[in-house]
Write a protein that binds this ligand. Structure first.
Ligand SMILES: C[S@@+](CC[C@H](N)C(=O)[O-])C[C@H]1O[C@@H](n2cnc3c(N)ncnc32)[C@H](O)[C@@H]1O
Length: 314
């Protein structure tokens, strides 16, 4: 880090108004506030009631706090910008293009659907596992779906995107905290239908389901490439590995073929090679872009998890 950058960081380090005060200092600061409020009560302007005066003082305190809060926010923004600059410089020094690394520079803008290249393929996020998740996992899944929608709208390639079995706590979470989803008219279809009912209602799905692939980490069959006219299903669940074979078994019962991503070849993950729903979706989009798994993994999976080219060849 250059001295200039270090100076900048120390200048903007956010400190809350009471941070660094001892308990005694905080107490005496609070006590002095009460005293000064009493003092202030003596200054009630003529013609103003005590409650009007209190309201006015409260408003003033709120405005002061708001200003402090905004300053802290601004400082945090500046700090993360500075951090990003440093990180990008470090990546460039290693010969890595920061735009190819997750969490790199700002993402591409939303692309007009008219300008996206059609892949004639679809992705279904199967969300039939509401009762298997903890509350915080529902929150995580809803955030992942938001990210999936955003990635789909920024991708050069268009895929049909559907969420099936949309209901229960997942729907409530969207209604309560992510209600903007109701205005997502293009790019994603939230369907209450189960996976089975949805597939049956779609003319592009073959009767024998031969153009449908359920993605699962629990199969030996590798997904070598994506093809047009195919439907890829990703399990919409966050389970921290509690429910092994869940989607594999469901697909088998529905007579849908399963395929796994060719992870072993490209990333080092200890144990089962299970990725988050949103990462899998992003990988599919990147495959369409590069037509190459290696490049897709490099663009999506954090650098530290990628197997170095050399050790891979060894
Ligand atoms: C967090 S995982 C869910 C794991 C869950 N226990 C299961 O049975 O699939 C979310 C979904 O991402 C997809 N997925 C994750 N890792 C994968 C891999 N290595 N290959 C193919 N699909 C994968 C699967 O569709 C999976 O259901």
């Amino acid at each position: 880090m250059s001295q200039l950058e270090a100076n900048k960081l120390s200048e903007i380090s956010p400190v809350s108004p009471t941070e660094g005060l001892s308990l005694n200092e905080s107490f005496s600061s609070a006590t002095s506030k009460v005293v000064s409020r009493r003092e202030a009560d003596k200054n009630i302007p003529e013609g103003m009631s005590k409650s009007q005066w209190k309201k006015l003082q409260k408003r003033k305190r709120f405005d002061d706090m708001k200003q402090q809060f905004q300053e802290v926010k601004r400082a945090k923004r500046q700090q993360s910008r500075a951090n990003r600059r440093i990180r990008n410089e470090e990546l460039r020094a290693k010969g890595i293009d920061p735009s190819t690394v997750t969490g790199g520079p700002p993402k591409a803008r939303v692309i007009d659907p008219e300008d996206q290249i059609p892949t004639d393929s679809s992705v279904i996020i199967d969300c039939a596992f509401d009762d298997l998740m903890l509350e915080k996992e529902i929150v995580s899944l809803s955030n992942q779906i938001t990210r999936i929608y955003s990635d789909a709208r920024r991708s050069k390639y268009a895929v049909g995107l559907v969420v099936t079995s949309f209901g229960d706590r997942l729907e409530s979470r969207f209604d309560d905290a992510l209600s903007q989803y109701k205005s997502w008219k293009t790019g994603i279809n939230f369907s209450k239908d189960s996976l089975k009912d949805y597939l049956e209602s779609q003319p592009y799905v073959k009767d024998d389901l031969s153009n449908v692939v359920y993605l699962s980490a629990d199969t030996d069959d590798k997904l070598e490439k994506l093809s047009k006219d195919e439907v890829y299903i990703i399990g919409g669940i966050v389970d921290k590995g509690r429910h092994k074979n869940l989607c594999q078994n469901k697909a088998q019962e529905m007579r849908i073929q399963t395929k796994r991503l060719p992870i072993d070849e490209y990333i080092k993950l200890s144990g089962r090679k299970v990725l988050a729903t949103s990462h899998v979706f992003e990988l599919l989009l990147k495959w369409w872009e590069f037509k190459d798994w290696k490049k897709a993994f490099e663009a999506v999976i954090p650098q530290r998890k990628l197997i170095e080219e050399k050790s891979r060849e060894d």
